[in-house]
Design a binder for this molecule. Structure first.
Ligand SMILES: O=C(O)c1ccccc1NCC(=O)[C@H](O)[C@H](O)COP(=O)(O)O
Length: 209
């Protein structure tokens, strides 16, 4: 089944809606400077809300801290204080950062633009972590064009960037990712999640076989 992550959540209501509607993962932006940014204490409270909702629904939920070009010490501290399962690296973090986070017990998602992914793999780069292929500016609501992604990854990879309840099914049919990730497409205005759009996105993603 398609893995579905709802990202950039900042209220318990939005977290509970995502979990109850069947999301596999929920993401919290711990990178500074975004209208979606939460601090570690807020993220910890959202992680608890996600786990409580998952317990009530008798299902599991993966909690993800989204970071970008922060130091390893900061990222490890934020992830520990927030109590997340997974760290999504959204910048130019060296592989050693991913390795250190794995050694500290976190799962890692490597987020790359389609162009960077294509360039890196052409140079022989590969990653032991799950991949998320995104537009050039993360969280912008922009889509990358399908031809920017030369050959899709072979293992797990999530498609992100400009997805919405209207386009998620056709995007999945075209690119055949293992998962999808959305933030802007489930917002009524930048940084403000719309509970109806969260439910509509998950329902639309679940129509794809
Ligand atoms: O959401 C942000 O503002 C953000 C800031 C810095 C690094 C990453 C950020 N977001 C990542 C995501 O929310 C998703 O992984 C993805 O890029 C969603 O994009 P979109 O649906 O186009 O908003």
């Amino acid at each position: 089944m398609l893995w579905v992550k709802i990202c950039g959540l900042s209220t318990p209501e939005a977290v509970e809606t995502a979990v109850e509607a069947g999301a596999d993962a929920v993401g919290f932006v711990l990178a500074p400077g975004s209208p979606r940014t939460v601090d570690a204490a807020q993220a910890a409270s959202l992680v608890r809300a996600a786990r409580d909702a998952a317990r009530r629904a008798e299902r599991s939920i993966e909690t993800v801290a989204v970071v970008q070009n922060q130091t390893l010490d900061d990222v490890a501290r934020l992830a520990r204080e927030a109590g997340v399962d997974t760290v999504q690296l959204h910048g130019d973090e060296p592989d050693a950062v991913a390795e250190a986070l794995r050694a500290a017990g976190f799962r890692v998602i490597r987020a790359l633009s389609a162009g960077d992914y294509t360039r890196r793999t052409a140079e022989g780069w590969s990653s032991p972590d799950r991949l998320l292929i995104d537009a050039a500016v993360p969280g912008s609501g922009a889509r990358f064009s399908d031809d920017e992604l030369g050959t899709a990854p072979e293992g797990f990879w999530a498609l992100a960037g400009g997805l919405s309840p209207e386009n998620v099914a056709s995007a999945v049919q075209a690119l055949e990712p293992t998962g999808v990730d959305v933030s802007s497409g489930v917002e009524s205005s930048r940084g403000v999640k719309d509970l109806g759009l969260i439910k509509a996105f998950i329902a639309a993603a679940r129509t794809v076989l």
